[in-house]
Design a protein. Sequence first.
Lengths: 137, 186
Amino acid sequence: MQKKRYVLKFPPQSGDQPFSYHLVKDFDIRINILRAEVWPGKTGSLVLELEGTTTNLKNGIAYLEENQVSCEPLNKKITWDHVRCISCGNCTAVCFAGALQLDPGKWELQFDPEKCIVCELCVPACPLNLFKIDFRE
Amino acid sequence: MKTIGIGTRIFLGGTQGFVVWPGTQFNTSKPKNEHGVPMSNSATLAVMGNLKEMSSEFLQAAYYEKYGVSLFVGIGIPIPVLNADIAKCVSIRNEQIQTTVLDYGVEGTPALGRVTYAELRSGEIEVQGKKIRTAPVSSLSKARKIAEILKQSILAGEFEISKPVQMFPTNTSLKSLKEIKGGDEK
Ligand code: SF4
Ligand code: SF4
């Protein structure tokens, strides 16, 4: 079993196709939707975490691409300069994914990259500008 | 107001500094709650210290999106517990401190309601029936660190608690300037 994150881009007019149903049913892939932007008549985008065997993941992605859905592995990461962080907590108010939290005992900021959906809201929210987007693999 | 005045020695940005004057918008006639705590911003302080002795651990430039530049300054003020009255003041709990929620999205920043510090610390408050997430914006972990440093330096005799040269006036109020539009128009 493997867990991978992908950014999917849908062509307009694909809203009525049950892609996720097929990923689950035909390829036995577990889907976790991290972020979704779908507008009628426009290109939609989804950030998914897919979990399945290597072959199933490969076949599932191939199926999506056959249907004009582009699949890019999510290789953006958020980095946080914890040395300069003063734990003011400003960033926690915008992190709806719950990746940034103040621990209630010491009131120090904790960053859980596992929960981060790279929505980038924390980047402008930090008054000390401590979040950077990292494009390396 | 009982122990802090002009000349009070304080911890400032990693070194020792002094309270030198009332701060901007110093106002002692704001309404107080039953515990004697003002329910919105009230007495503020003007402080002074030697920048060259300060450290970036307690002094950092900050920028707030859509607001502007600011400065994070670590300040610690020792409060000598000289009598029962002062002891009562320093034992006030978060549940007993109230503050006013203001709407900064509207001109004149109207008040939306009152909450206590305990509610704010829980991470969520309710304003006009809506649940709103809260964040400290000032750093509690740094504040505790400063309190500990201050305590240690007082115990070690490196920090002398000083009696103010003069206390602050207790009956001041503000005449605020009226905002008028048009200044920045091109
Ligand atoms: S907003 Fe910046 S300084 Fe404040 S807790 Fe978050 S990362 Fe730290
Ligand atoms: S990008 Fe920032 S705000 Fe968004 S989920 Fe990750 S840590 Fe939270």
